[in-house]
Design a protein around this ligand. Structure first.
Ligand code: FE
Ligand code: ZN
Length: 512
């Protein structure tokens, strides 16, 4: 088949090829693509026939052109990775990924449609929790005072009255309900006030209370949340490595440490227990900012070592290609990547995706997206909205990224605050967390954090970039080169620290 195709190509171009050269060409990775190069070069040199030596020369020059990795990745003969013995079970959940489905034109109607979808789907989640039925805002107009009811809607506004009570507007499809939250005359009221002060604008909640026109006197704020469950484990002895925010192309990308991580995956770093752990890694999930990008912030050029976006991805691809091929690699974009800046972001595509390399074990997904790894629903989100949650709630900080992650899960929305984080108002709100995840992976804040929240495993995988000038100004201390690995069989996180002594990384466990 391939041979016929190749022969035809050379015949069409009126160029002869020796049988020996044809045989050699056939054995290459991409013979048809390479034939184009061979033909071009043959014409340039106006040779009578293509000889094997010409193709060999071209193959060598192609390899030379490849960017060298900062560490040499060697195959270690005594490395017997367990994960290699098992076939992968990976499913991309298409309905959670905007790729190829973006239909937003940026009109007012788009925002309305997006909000309506957010409201309808989140209300369903709240309703599934049971309790009183939800009354629509319209039904309140004829209702007698004193009834206990529950409403649900988007938080439109939140303000403090002169007496320090809270006045909240909650909007559903039919209107706005004014909710009054008294400031602590008894313990129950204090608890309600406490939760109401944590409300974020544009999130969907239910409020239980007493109808006292024109106000609903709040007694309880009900978040959609997730039910309490036990974390799932599987029979297969495999694990997932989580990474994000590589920022390849930045001067501060820690290429040497990242190279050691790759070497570690190949069984070439550390002792027996290191190799045992490395050998369990069957999946690598990358939650965005794989490159530093171009023109992401003012004067970025100064911070770049690679100033061509395709080159940045090509360099990243060189690292990915050195990962053992029995490991499935899942890549979502982040705010530094070469897709639209606003979320939901589609997967890397076209020439950018090609630059990463056409690896058989590489899976590109949108941001956010859910994938099923060995049956475990894994929600991958870059985490851009963490900035707005950290800013909005007083007890949040960049030092503990797992805390704002909990807030997002509780709200069943990855980006509740509209306007704070650039959102494309698609007719479906892709930021709604419809299915309950088993694992949630984010990055963006360059700081590792882990938590098990009601049985959902939350991981922020930090970064592979050292502290930027911006982070110095912000007083933010990142945690680079700390690799979390979640063992799906044991239900445990181990952490490998590649930051310091890269020859013998420090491994520790017991993070959940
Ligand atoms: Fe980043
Ligand atoms: Zn980011």
């Amino acid at each position: 088949m391939i041979e016929d195709e190749l022969v035809k190509r050379f015949a069409d171009a009126d160029v002869l090829i020796t049988p020996e050269a044809l045989e050699f060409l056939k054995g290459l990775d991409n013979p048809l693509d390479f034939a184009i190069k061979v033909l071009e070069e043959g014409k340039k040199r106006s040779v009578f026939a293509i000889e094997k030596s010409l193709i060999e020369e071209l193959v060598e020059s192609k390899e030379e052109a490849k960017i060298p990795l900062p560490v040499e990745v060697k195959r270690t003969p005594d490395f017997k990775p367990l994960a290699k013995e098992w076939a992968p079970e990976l499913k991309l959940i298409d309905k959670t990924d905007v790729t190829g489905k973006s239909s937003c034109k940026g009109k007012v109607e788009d925002f309305v449609a997006c909000f309506k979808d957010r409201l309808a789907r989140t209300r369903k989640i709240i309703e599934a929790r049971g309790g009183n039925g939800i009354v629509s805002s319209k039904a309140l107009s004829g209702m007698m005072s004193g009834r206990d009811i529950q409403i649900a809607g988007l938080v439109n506004s939140k303000r403090q009255t002169k007496k320090n009570d809270l006045l909240i507007e909650v909007e559903d499809e039919e209107g706005i309900v004014k909710v009054w939250v008294g400031k602590g005359r008894n313990e129950k009221e204090r608890a309600c006030y406490e939760s109401a002060s944590r409300l974020l604008l544009d999130e969907v909640v239910a409020v239980r209370g007493r109808w006292n026109p024109p106000f609903l006197i709040a007694e309880e704020i009900v978040w959609p949340d997730v039910p309490i469950q036990t974390a799932k484990t599987i029979e297969k002895p495999v694990a997932v490595a989580f990474i994000s925010d590589l920022h390849v192309g930045s001067k501060l990308f820690l290429e040497k440490q990242f190279g050691f991580f790759i070497q570690w995956l190949n069984g070439g770093v550390g002792g027996q227990s290191e190799k045992e752990l490395a050998g369990r890694v069957k999946y690598i999930v990358i939650a965005g900012d794989v490159v530093d990008g171009i023109g992401i912030y003012p004067k970025q050029e100064k911070e770049l070592i690679v100033r061509d976006i395709f080159e940045q991805y090509r360099l990243c691809g060189r690292f990915l290609e050195a990962i053992p091929d029995y490991i499935e690699i899942i890549v979502a974009p982040g705010n530094h990547d070469a897709v639209r800046r606003a979320e939901p972001q589609p997967q890397l595509s076209g020439e950018i995706a090609d630059s990463l390399g056409k690896l058989g074990n590489l899976h590109l997904i949108g941001n956010p997206s859910m994938v099923e790894i060995e049956g475990l629903k894994t929600l991958v989100y870059h985490g851009t909205s963490l900035d707005s949650v950290i800013a909005a709630l007083p007890d949040m900080s960049y030092a503990r990224p797992e805390k704002p992650m909990v807030e997002l899960i509780k709200r069943r929305n990855l980006s509740p605050l509209f306007g704070e984080n650039q959102i494309v108002p698609e007719p479906k709100d892709y930021m709604v967390i419809e299915d309950i995840p088993d694992i949630v992976h984010m990055g963006h804040v360059h700081k590792n954090g882990y938590e098990k929240y009601r049985g959902v495993v939350l991981i922020n995988s930090g970064t592979w970039q050292s502290r930027t000038e911006f982070q110095v100004k912000q007083g933010h201390i990142p945690s680079p080169c700390i690799l979390p690995i979640y063992d799906l069989h044991r239900g445990e996180i181990s952490v490998v620290n590649f930051e310091g002594t890269t020859e013998a990384p420090h491994t520790s466990g017991g993070f959940l």
